[in-house]
Design a protein around this ligand. Structure first.
Ligand code: PEP
Ligand code: MG
Length: 315
């Protein structure tokens, strides 16, 4: 029986009381899909499309993109696959999209802002995705990076619907959109919290700069309070709220995120097993208690220590 259990496919993510928390994969290229499936990913929570663009001196053609998206989607029949529109700028500059001379690229024309400035690239991406969607069985969700305002939300979801894409949402990785999450979600089908950038922008510390790396910690209660705003808005509007930043891969922090209202977690496939195990050990009420403990701390280290202690003390 023991050998059979080892061979059985990993079970879907669930808390000890049965509450389902979808465990999804962050992927950077279609070739990584097989490993994610083997590790029990229930779909893809973040497909970074930058890989198609980063090595190119100009944007890939619609046909090239369609092939890649089709390869990705066909690995997940019947499963959710969230594809993020090109997130260029700041830490991922593209010669044909970004101005290399910005003094503060993280605060500049990046993410959806740069796509909007070159709308043809965004339209080509949506065209390729709609074509790949029509040829495959996956449940395709599209989302925009670095969305800051309600107006940007309306712009992107409106455009996605023009292309017949049914499910369109936004990444919440800027405090402004976290604080207005109710109004953002009024115009989006879902939100996915990018804790890497949300931490950078909340703590005002460049995530690329080693000298301020200590600030880049998603355990900080200020970051968690913003996550809680989005989770609560998701519950009020009955819209799914996921996390696709590195925070989701930390088993203890994953419990806190769930306690803050997050309903799916997306991470590097190698992290799935540990997070699945942590979730299975605690109920929703217990994750909410852990979240309160984290929010009451003064700083990131205090939050982590207090939650670790409380986790051990729980029966
Ligand atoms: C994030 O910011 O948390 C995120 C998932 O996006 P990226 O790391 O690609 O900026
Ligand atoms: Mg980001």
């Amino acid at each position: 029986a023991r050998a059979a259990a080892v061979d059985a496919p990993p079970s879907p993510g669930a808390l000890a009381d049965g509450t389902k928390i979808a465990l999804l994969a962050n992927l950077g290229k279609p070739a990584d899909a097989a490993e994610a499936v083997a590790r029990g990913a229930e779909g893809v929570g973040l497909f970074r499309t930058e890989f198609l663009f980063l090595s190119a001196s100009q944007a890939p053609t619609v046909a090239e993109q369609r092939t890649s998206y089709r390869d990705l989607l066909s690995a997940f029949p019947g499963k959710k696959v969230v594809v993020r529109m090109l997130d260029a700028g700041a830490d991922k500059p593209l010669a044909f999209l970004n101005d290399a001379h910005e003094e503060n690229p993280a605060l500049g024309l990046r993410g959806l802002r740069s796509l909007r400035a070159s709308e043809d690239i965004l339209r080509e991406q949506l065209t390729a995705l709609a074509e790949a969607d029509a040829e495959t069985e996956a449940d395709l969700w599209v989302m925009a990076p670095m969305v800051t305002t309600v107006e940007e939300t309306k712009y992107f979801t409106g455009l996605a619907r023009e292309y017949g894409l049914k499910t369109a949402g936004v990444m919440v990785e800027v405090p402004a959109s976290a604080l207005l999450a109710d109004r953002v979600l009024a115009h989006a089908d879902f939100a996915s919290i990018g804790t890497n950038d949300l931490t950078q922008y909340t703590m005002a510390a460049d995530r690329m700069l080693g000298s301020v790396a200590l600030f880049q910690n998603p355990w900080h209660p200020a970051v968690l309070r913003l996550v809680g705003e989005v989770g609560a808005a998701g519950a009020r509007t009955s819209k799914p709220v996921g996390v696709c930043g590195e925070a989701a891969a930390d088993p203890l922090l994953a419990l806190v995120l769930v306690g803050l209202g997050v309903t799916s977690l997306s991470m590097a496939p190698a992290a799935l097993a540990d997070v699945r195990l942590a979730l299975s050990e605690r109920t929703l009420d217990e994750t909410r208690r852990l979240a309160e403990i984290a929010l009451a701390a003064d700083d990131a280290a205090g939050a982590r220590n207090a939650v670790a202690e409380a986790f051990t003390d729980l029966p």
